[in-house]
Design a protein around this ligand. Sequence first.
Ligand code: KG4
Ligand code: ZN
Length: 339
Amino acid sequence: MVMKEEKKEDTLILAIESSCDETAAAIVKNGREVLSNIISSQIDIHKLYGGVVPEIASRKHMERINYVMAEALSTALVGIEEVDAIAVTYGPGLVGAAAFAAKKPLIPVHHIEGHISANYIEYKELEPPFLCLVVSGGHTHLVIVNDYGDYKVIGRTRDDAAGEAFDKVARAIGLGYPGGPKLQKLAEEGNEDAIDFPRASIADAPYDFSFSGVKSAVLNYINACNMKGIEINRADIAASFQKAVVSVLVSHAILAAKEYHFDKLALAGGVASNTQLRLSMQKACEKEDISFYCPSPILCTDNAAMIGAAAYYEFLKNRRAGWDLNAVPNQKLGEKVFL
Ligand code: KG4
Ligand code: ZN
């Protein structure tokens, strides 16, 4: 057993991602090479309800997990016996079951750590330390990545996450779920300077965010127009809202990069697939002589490959969890569960 591990050169990790509205599995080689990346989306189901319904999501995950795992293995042309470890996000339900069934070591990965690690797949040469802005449906975090698995959160949202604000505003202007990509599309037809929506800063916490103000401002604007009988221009609202959010994300991230003297800045999370955010951040980084990193959109939104990338570095450090690892909701980055 030990001999086999010593002789083997490559580390193959089967990673499973089951948070939010997708069930996904991937095979990742040595943390950076994606051999397969299978995503089974539940968007069509949740669309019917206008958002994610947790009970339905967890039942669907259980139904689909075997299928996506088999698909990930066969697409990668890898047998389960060749897999060195199984990586999972902390999440409700199926944690541990897959690794137990296959008698493989289990590596728990924090969801945010997974998002950050998507950058390692896109940029084979990228190594810590760097600064990372993680923007998803549940989180808006400015994170110093000191080393693999070593993080310091220096800023976070005080209320809504960036993606949550996108989704809520999208809903308010009649766009369906998921709102972020639809809002981006509509914004392309609008004038981003049409409406001056607020850009919030927090006096004593320059790296923290707040998006409930801009969200309320959009809702108030729509109400005011309705009361006055003025027809709203949805594309202008979308473009102006997007500009307000992007400008805050960029200015905070650049401020932190300068303050902490980082010459590498990375984006991560579902909102990082937003074209305007990518372009603005890239431009700002160029101006400040900072190298900019951003995974391809498919690696920004939830996927299992990013979990496999993060798990590889944990695997190298010999970190394992028991097969009975239970779901630990709302766990903070850095407070990990290991044996
Ligand atoms: O990381 P992710 O896939 O799931 C979470 O961990 O939350 O992020 C999903 C979020 C949703 O709020 C979605 O609307 C947003 O990312 N999103 C976008 C775009 N694509 C996804 N927001 C703005 N523009 C986009 N193109
Ligand atoms: Zn996510």
